[in-house]
Structure formats: C-alpha cells, structure tokens
Design a protein around this ligand. Structure first.
Ligand code: CUA
Length: 345
C-alpha cells in the first residue's frame, strides 16, 4: 500500500503537525468561552458587538498567521534546485509586505473605531443613566432622579438595571485611573479623574453579571469587583423606589445596640446611612448593605459573620484598602455592629 501511495515527504508532515498545533488554542478556547468573565458569553447587544470583533480578529489572525507560516514552511522545505531567480519575489514582497498589511490594518481600524462609537450609545435613547465613580478599591453608584437630576440614590459595589433596555453609564474616578468592565454585557471603559466617560450596556434577560476593574489601580485592583443585577423593568422600578427611601430601623436588641456602636466607633465619619446622622462620603454608602451580594467589593460573601470579620480584619482580607482595621473591638461589639449592618436591607 505504502509502495503505491508513497510515504509522505518531510514537508507534508511539517504541514500536518503545524495545522494541528494551530488548532489547539481554538479547541481549548471552545471549552472555556462561557462564564461571568468571558466576553464570548454574550448576554446583550453591546456585548454582541465586542464578541463579533473578537471573532473577526481571531479568524483574521488564523488566516494571516496560517498563510504566513505556510509560506515560510514552503520556502524552507522545498528543494534547492527550485530556488527562484533574483528579482522574481518583488511582487510577493510588495503585495504581502505593503499592500496586504495596509489594507487589513485600515479595514480593522475603520471597523474598530465605528464599533467603539456605537459602544458609547446609539440612536435609541437610554432607558436610564447611572453614574459610577471608581475609588481605591470600590465603586460608588449613583442613580440620578429623572425629574430632579441633582437628586441621587447612592449605593456601592452593586448595580441594578432594567433588563431588555439600554442603560448609559457615565463613569469617572475619585483618585487614580480605573476601568469599568462587565464582560457579559459590553465593552470596557477607563474611569479617569477629572473626566466623565460614557458607555452603554444592555442585558437581554434578567440575571446577575459580574464586573471587574480592568486597569491596574493599586495593590487591591484584583479585589475591585461588583455585580450587576438586571431585573424585569417593573421590578427595577419597584427596587429603585424602595432604594430611594431611608434605612430600615433595627428591630432586634442586638441591632439597636449595633446602631449605637456605629456612632460610638465613629463609623459615620466615612459612611452614610440615609435616615441617620451618618453622612460620611469617604467609604461606601451602607444604607442597604445587607442586601448586597458581597462585602469589600467582591472580597467576601455577604453574611453577618463576614461583616464582623471584615470590620476587624479588613486589612488582612484586603491589604491596603482605605478602611481602618477595628481589631481592638470586643466580640460583643462586633456582633452588635454586624447584626445592625446586616439588617440594613
Ligand atoms: Cu480599580 Cu483596578
């Protein structure tokens, strides 16, 4: 049989092996494309545009990279006696070395810029605008009142949006450059001190999505996360109306004691709890802390025990964050404080 077909030559084998090696990242990628941090797990029209760009770049690189490797292999493996005469390669050099890159890069530039412009918004007016301010290392979230734009509902580290409609985000920073990014819902945008940038996100369906700071901003950059909760539009309106109100009054004795401790320990110097004298702005607003999914911008799951843990040992849990550790507090005070803060829902 081998005598009839002949054994494959060296060049053929090199081609086969190279082909398989080039397919490996693609095969591996297919199994790892899902999840809350993947731009290929598309959950809305803005994310769809980003994913399309990714696939254009991917297949473009496969064709161009594959073509280049094939040419190199052809040149190095062919018999010497078939070497071209000097000068015959000029057409290939100009075509492949000048015309092809210029045309490809210009096409990509025009496509990329037009896509970037669409990420900022579209003809459809937004259903809602939300302001997000980056801090080291947490997120301040402000919902301007549609009637009184100077009035805000302020929250932190969790963003609620209506599903199925576009939401425009106006982002800035209070200190260094951060980057606002929800991979499943759209592109990312830098948060720059003294400047307001804009990006549009949209979730097709209700759900919970993860956001992450995407620009190195200091030692706790990796623990600067947030969650986006997309609600059906009516449920979102209900949520916003409830959010607008003042904090829940504590009901248990422990929580009442915790509220006293909150003021005795001077927590109100940095935190706001609406409906109480606490008006601090240096740290996250705590009016609905207990309703959030996480503590410390994605560092711990929300629970009473973890709140106590965070108050006492936040510098071990998230070294370099701007909150003071309260390791000197006794167990009873910590329990009271965490019972109060967890009751704020
Ligand atoms: Cu904020 Cu990285």
């Amino acid at each position: 049989m081998n005598a009839l077909l002949g054994t494959p030559g060296k060049a053929v084998w090199v081609h086969r092996v190279t082909g398989i090696v080039m397919l490996l990242p693609f095969i591996a990628g297919l199994s790892g494309c899902d999840g809350i941090m993947s731009i290929l797990d598309v959950r809305g029209p803005m994310a769809e545009q980003i994913a399309r760009l990714w696939w254009v770049l991917f297949w473009g690189s496969v064709v161009l990279g594959g073509g280049t490797i094939a040419l190199v292999l052809y040149v190095v493996t062919r018999p010497h006696e078939r070497a071209p005469r000097i000068g015959s390669g000029m057409g290939v050099m100009i075509g492949g070395g000048v015309v092809l890159p210029v045309v490809t890069l210009w096409a990509l530039l025009i496509y990329g810029v037009s896509l970037g412009t669409r990420q900022v918004g579209g003809e459809e007016p937004p259903a809602l605008t939300i302001e997000v301010v980056g801090h080291r290392f947490w997120w301040e979230v402000r919902y301007p009142d549609p009637v009184e734009p100077d009035e805000y509902v302020v929250s932190a580290n969790e963003i609620h949006i209506p599903a199925g409609v576009p939401v425009d985000f106006f982002v800035s920073s209070a200190d260094v450059i951060h980057s606002f990014w929800v991979p499943n819902l759209g592109g990312k945008i830098d948060m720059i001190p003294g400047r307001v940038n804009q990006i549009r996100l949209q979730a097709n369906e209700p759900g919970v999505f993860r956001g992450q700071c995407a620009e190195y901003c200091g030692p706790q950059h990796a623990r600067m996360a947030f969650f986006v909760r997309a609600h059906p539009p009516e449920a979102f309106e209900e949520w916003l109306a409830a959010e607008r109100g003042e904090a829940e009054e504590p009901t248990s004795d422990l929580a009442v004691q915790g509220r006293e401790q909150f003021f005795q320990q001077a927590c109100m110097e940095c935190h706001t709890i609406r409906g109480t004298p606490a008006r601090g702005r240096a740290g996250p607003d705590l009016t609905r802390l207990g309703a959030r999914k996480t503590l410390g911008a994605g560092t711990l799951e929300m629970s009473e025990e973890n709140i106590a843990e965070w108050i006492a040992h936040n510098q071990q849990l998230k070294p370099g964050n701007r909150m003071l550790p309260y390791e000197h507090l006794d167990e009873e005070t910590l329990q009271a404080l965490s019972a109060y803060l967890e009751s704020l829902q």
